[in-house]
Write a protein that binds this ligand. Structure first.
Ligand code: ZN
Ligand code: CU
Length: 487
């Protein structure tokens, strides 16, 4: 944006705070000194030594939060201030989830769900390297970690993504994935739940997952089905991971639909058993509603559905599908058809399941926010303060140390982000200062775009990035290449 980015990184001393270091260890009183983009000292009574001093007495100093599940591929370029995320204390976003990545694909009119990334015509990056260059030029406020999306690979290589791929098409997908990994992508994501990925069998998935694994990356997946067939779908993901010799991360784990409420007892036990044989992680957002494109098969007439956007009927955003159907004098399914293309929040989970998944030891926090929706799910603006304020402080679901760990140290470890997600000497100075007594999400399903309370200061790569008192954002993020291979 301006020349300030070219000045050498400055020294800061955060004085008098309480450090929660991201490892899950108990908090301790300490000053934190940052210089040259890194944490250079942690301890009581540190000398000023030319640093600018910030009084953080009474506040928590934690590693910046890592949003491991995002669809921010296009918004980091289009709105690089990234206010919905930086204002929550998020300093790194993992993009390209659910099989959908902006690169590598050039396409004028992508099919759903690829249009979740801000429109059907936003795909203009032939290679991941070109996308990485675009991120570095845009200089967003947050760091960016990229996954290569399986649906993107299919749309890039096939005339028709709704059928199985030929071996030539698969070979071309492997090449594109290899280019993405060489450019620094952290791994492969799939969304076999979606039509663009669903025709892939496990041979295709294991082939590609194996390419990610061989490069030292991860495999994240929006599994085939999160309803009655959730166990079979988990098994497919685990088998893919074993065959590809790659760590599996199950995206936004849930048991959806009233028939499956309570079944996280069963799925988490199943995941526990599988973890004895292979590395598996989960991510989760702290709400009972999911959100994605409008899909007729998700309209069961039972669960509540809130419209988040509609191309033919933008005036229906923020309204309930049942009310729209009543007004139009038609079924909810028929109303859904008339509203497409569009998006919705689906109130398809139960609170006890959400809490069980949040508590699970290897569950990381990921917002799954959809930044281009007209009336977005509140997870976009509220996920991280909601876990800290509502779930940790108010409900006492877990300690603040555990809450922070699930959004920092655990996430960095599972995504192999070296020197991120912890406060210790030598780590990158991605930091958030917050007030444990007041941190709270303000975004709701009615008013989804709202700044959270209690986030005081954010630093990215050692530079000031956000102030809660005046809402000012400075942009110091960068693209993070897969580490340690490409550090
Ligand atoms: Zn998903
Ligand atoms: Cu997603």
């Amino acid at each position: 944006m301006n020349a300030q980015h070219d000045t050498s990184p400055s020294a800061w001393l955060l004085r008098g705070g309480t450090v929660i270091d991201g490892s899950g260890a108990p908090r301790f009183a300490a000053d934190v000194r940052i210089e040259g983009g890194r944490v250079v000292a942690v301890g009581e009574g540190l000398a000023e030594g030319g640093a600018r001093v910030v009084d953080v007495a009474g506040k928590i100093v934690a590693p910046g939060f890592i949003d491991v599940h995002t669809h921010d591929d296009q918004i980091v370029l289009a709105a690089p201030e990234m206010l919905p995320k930086i204002s929550q204390g998020v300093t790194t976003v993992v993009i390209g989830n659910c099989g959908i990545s902006l690169a590598p694909l050039v396409h004028a009119n992508v099919p759903p769900p690829l249009n979740l990334l801000g429109g059907a015509d936003k795909y203009v990056y032939l290679t991941m390297a070109a996308y990485v260059a675009a991120v570095d030029a845009a200089r967003p406020a947050v760091n960016v970690v990229a996954l290569v999306g399986h649906s993107t690979l299919r749309v890039a290589t096939m005339d028709d993504p709704y059928r199985p791929a030929t071996s030539q098409e698969q070979a071309r997908m492997v090449e594109l994935l290899q280019e993405g990994l060489a450019a620094g992508a952290a791994g492969l994501s799939s969304g076999v739940f979606y039509a663009t990925g669903a025709a892939a069998d496990i041979d295709e998935l294991a082939l590609l997952a194996g390419v990610a694994g061989a490069a030292g990356g991860v495999y994240t997946t929006h599994i085939r089905q999160e309803m009655d067939k959730v166990i079979d779908s988990l098994d497919e993901a685990f088998a893919t991971g074993r065959r590809g010799k790659v760590p599996v991360i199950v995206s936004h784990h849930k048991c959806a639909g009233p028939r499956n409420w309570g079944r996280t007892i069963e799925t988490l036990a199943h995941i526990d058993a599988a973890r004895r044989h292979q590395p598996i992680g989960l991510d989760c957002y702290p709400y009972v509603a999911g959100s994605t494109v409008l899909r007729r098969e998700m309209v069961d007439g039972v669960i509540e559905i809130l419209i988040t956007w509609s191309t033919p009927h933008p005036e229906m955003a923020a309204r309930r599908l049942a009310d729209i159907a009543a007004e139009w004098g038609c079924s909810q399914q028929a109303a859904c058809e008339r509203l497409q293309p569009g998006g919705a929040c689906y109130f398809q989970m139960r609170e006890d399941d959400v809490q069980r998944v949040l508590c699970y030891p290897v569950t990381m926090i990921g917002s799954d926010g959809l930044p281009h929706d007209q009336h977005p799910h509140p997870r976009l603006w509220g996920t991280f303060p909601r876990v800290l304020g509502h779930y940790s402080r108010e409900l006492g679901l877990f300690s603040l140390e555990t809450a922070v760990h699930k959004m920092t140290g655990l996430s960095a470890r599972q995504f192999q982000l070296v020197d991120r997600g912890e406060i210790r000497v030598g780590a990158f100075a991605d930091l958030v200062v917050f007030d444990a007594a007041t941190v709270e999400d303000k975004a709701t399903f009615e008013q989804p775009k709202a700044l959270s309370a209690g986030i005081v200061r954010v630093f990215v790569n050692g530079e000031p990035a956000y102030r809660g008192d005046d809402g000012q954002v400075q942009r110091h993020g960068r693209f993070l290449k897969r580490t340690p291979d490409l550090a």
